[in-house]
Design a protein. Structure first.
Length: 117
């Protein structure tokens, strides 16, 4: 039996995104483990965890948690850009991840709008 938030497409997409971040950051240099590797992973897992936690609250608080999730999605953008510029991330993967973030962000906004009705 699933929790209600697990049925949300945006939650599933955010889980997949975080999983991809863990995969792509594995080969990052060891000297980045407490830097960009950790920060990127933390930002990516903040997206689904805030969706999950917010779903247990009332509408107003859920929207607040969705705003935090959205902020975490936006936080991933410069982290991925720096990773790309440092040569840790190829352009194709960077573009794929940014595209995923656009889709996740749009779904978070749509969910927020549906809660305001």
């Amino acid at each position: 039996m699933k929790f209600n938030f697990e049925k949300l497409d945006v939650y599933q997409d955010a889980i997949e995104f975080a999983n991809n971040i863990y995969k792509i950051t594995k080969p990052y240099p060891k000297n980045e483990i407490f830097g960009i590797t950790n920060q990127t992973r933390r930002a990516s897992i903040s997206i689904p965890t805030n969706i999950a936690e917010g779903s247990s609250r009332g509408k107003k608080e859920f929207i607040h948690f969705l705003n935090i999730a959205l902020g975490s999605a936006y936080e991933c953008v410069p982290l991925l850009e720096i990773s790309r510029r440092q040569g840790y991330l190829r352009d194709e993967m960077f573009n794929k991840l940014i595209d995923e973030l656009h889709k996740i962000s749009a779904k978070i906004n749509a969910l927020k709008n549906s809660l305001r009705k």
